[in-house]
Design a protein around this ligand. Sequence first.
Ligand code: GLY
Ligand code: MN
Ligand code: MN
Length: 445
Amino acid sequence: MTDATPHSSLYAAHQARVMAAFDSAMDAAGADTAVVFSGALRMAFLDDHGYPFAVNPHFAYWLPLVDVTDSYVIYRVGEKPILTYCQPDDYWHALPAAPDPYWAEHFDVRVVRTADAAKAHLPSNSKAPIFIGEPLEPAHTLGIERINPSAALHRLDTARTRKSEYELERMRTASRMGATAHNAAAARFAAAPASEYELHARYLEAIECVDSDLPYHSIVALNENGAILHYQRRDRTVPEVGRSFLIDAGAASAGYASDITRTYCNESGLFNDLITSMDTLQQELCANVRADVDYRELHLLMHRLLATLLVEHRIATGSAEALIDAGITRVFLPHGLGHYLGLQVHDVGGHLADADGTPTERPSDDPNLRLTRSLSADEVLTIEPGLYFIDMLLAPLRSSAHKDLLDWQAIDALKPFGGIRIEDNVRVLDGGQENLTRDAFKAVA
Ligand code: GLY
Ligand code: MN
Ligand code: MN
């Protein structure tokens, strides 16, 4: 069956870009052949079932195969790439699907029965091959000695920061899937009290997914749980009151992710007002995304806007500068503004100043900020400000010299609501931005 989506007509131009990226990477590494491994299934200790498979993203960069193990792309500069496509003799499991013509015509596809059969397909005149991937077993490298040379990876990571039309279309698809599922979960939350488990099930059902189809472990948090930044449980109990609902969940199209967060509240009052103000704040940050803007500056803008918001809602008093200098905004918002997005949810290249691997300077106040460079057109990144009421961070502030800058009664009343995060996926344009997430919510409305 041929893929009838717009992705298929865009694929050839994408593959040309991947080839150019590999040409550059191989030049930097002094290589004439790149062998890119899809990956192998990692088995449970002393058992015969595997962990969920996560494909090597450099393999998925070449072609839309995310569930095929033991396969290789073998590329020599300027030549049609070979794909050794592993379809094992295995009557225990379903076989990988037959290659789809829209991408397969751009490869010399060679069906093999075992991973190491790929060795026979290495070009005999290769003098300087490199292996890109994770060799769980030594045999996976096919005898190649140079594994993931950093000179090559820096070039590949740099190339991957700027998305092709094919990749953008994949990410728009992933965004529409995410928006559809978010709407289903939000409608369930609004209708009647529900458990986190049921809200998660509604999310999956709306886009006919299972957990392993999603690009990351969804955060599905009711009430206080919204203050646990990477809350991982899905509580089966229905809370007496569903005050607030924070859901950070995405979807994927051929490995390309969306990463979307929304926060809802069923009651009027301060927390609801804060959601509205955080949405305005988040859109202001999105509106500042454009080429040549330094993402570190946007991160600092987030703290200035948050300080103003805390004062406007009488949670804090003082100037924005004073609240930032006292570290107060970082108590309410202890994570970064966001990260690159693509084949990896926290996509590569966020700390590269250039394609040779020079690292960018990290802000000393926020050493964990995942994106620390100036933006370029066609990068896709997240904008995900938050506002949380986290006991572990509030406790030292409550007894600090700055305690009188805060309205603790208001804060204590807000703690049962957990926190707020609003996260969109944004493409950088020369003079502005494309908001994939907001467009997706409009498209599926
Ligand atoms: N969902 C993980 C993140 O927002 O970074
Ligand atoms: Mn997220
Ligand atoms: Mn994110």
